[in-house]
Design a protein around this ligand. Structure first.
Ligand code: AMP
Ligand code: MG
Length: 330
């Protein structure tokens, strides 16, 4: 792996882009201070320039290179970063002028986190510069949680994929912005649900969801209603009784536990059934497997994927968010 880290850093220094694992999903990284390199990320992903990237730093001390933390947020930022970094919590903070506008889509704020993945951390540290890295998939498609999935998405478009096995979280980082309150704990605006849950954040402040704007417009750039989408239509079936199969059409079930006697499994003579957490029904396992299972079903050749809901607590909030966006029509 040392050689791979060295090769990745050599490419990044030369202004190239490299796919590499984070604990959430595989990312497509570029030197965050090199706008030409960042432009290659947008081009390879076919990502619209209004969708800003997350900047990854090697240590908490590097935060000042990319963000200007206002005095009234300093204590909260300190508490959150001590508790959750390195890890899957992204903070939206006022941007440092050195961060190119392309990275933040011209916003005055920057999204920043420190990855906990040992390989990503090694690359970040050896490079000695922040890395701008969105998920290593084509825009709007299923995020990759293994190097093979990156190859399917971006093979031929990028010079290197660093393969370090499957990701340990499986869904993208939790994103929050912070609003200080005089004499009270701050308010955290939840821009994207992720592995750091509302329950965990509540120890440090009040968590409020950012409202989706009317007309399906994103509340934050990039949080589009349709995202993480397979090519095969996916329907999130909130109640089994809502299922109306059409004669001659083939259906796959994306099940939570996949038990033989489950109401969703028994509902239909499914062409394929894939379970997120076979038998045991653990949300953490379901999150890790979500994008992999979506990809398997997408490639299974059925006409439609029917997804069973999971309970919307803890990590289930992030899973349901991804399923809803996968099911939304673009
Ligand atoms: P990813 O594709 O995982 O890199 O996700 C990046 C997402 O972070 C974007 O799609 C935005 O929703 C969000 N984001 C990044 N920067 C900002 C920002 N400055 N303000 C609000 N949201 C942001
Ligand atoms: Mg993404």
């Amino acid at each position: 792996m040392k050689d791979a880290v060295r090769e990745a850093c050599a490419l990044l220094r030369a202004g190239e882009i490299v796919a590499m694992p984070t604990e959430t999903v595989y990312g497509l990284g570029a030197d965050a201070f090199n706008p030409d390199a960042v432009a290659k990320v947008f081009a390879a992903k076919e990502r619209p320039s209004f969708d800003p990237l997350i900047v990854h730093i090697a240590s908490r001390g590097d935060l000042k290179q990319v963000a200007v933390v206002p005095a009234e947020l300093a204590e909260t930022v300190d508490k959150l970063t001590s508790a959750f970094w390195p890890g899957p919590l992204t903070l939206i903070l006022p941007k440092h002028p050195d961060v190119p506008d392309l990275v933040t889509s011209g916003l005055a704020t920057v999204a920043v986190r420190q990855s906990a993945h040992p390989v990503f951390r090694a690359i970040n540290k050896e490079l000695g510069r922040p890395i701008a890295a969105p998920s290593a998939n084509r825009f709007g498609r299923i995020s990759p949680t293994a190097a093979s999935a990156v190859m399917k998405e971006l093979g031929g478009r990028i010079p290197l994929v660093v393969d370090a096995g499957a990701c340990s979280e499986g869904v993208e980082s939790t994103i929050i912005s912070i609003e200080p309150r005089e004499g009270k704990k701050p308010v955290f605006r939840l821009h994207r649900a992720g592995p750091v849950t509302k329950e965990q954040l509540q120890a440090f402040g009040k968590v409020e969801k950012v409202k989706e704007a009317a007309g399906g417009l994103p509340h934050a750039p990039g949080q589009l209603p349709s995202h993480y989408a397979p090519v095969t239509p996916l329907v999130l079936l909130e109640k089994p009784s809502d299922f109306r199969p059409i004669e001659g059409r083939s259906y796959a079930l994306l099940s939570y536990r996949g038990e033989d006697d489950g109401p969703y499994v028994n509902l239909h003579d499914w062409e394929v059934v894939e379970a997120l957490s076979p038998g045991s029904g653990k949300l953490a396992e379901a999150a890790i497997r979500l994008f992999h299972v979506m990809r398997v079903l997408d490639e299974s050749g059925v006409d439609e994927i029917i997804a069973e809901p999971v309970s919307e607590t803890g990590l289930g909030v992030a899973i349901m968010d991804r399923l809803r966006r996968a099911a939304a029509k673009s």
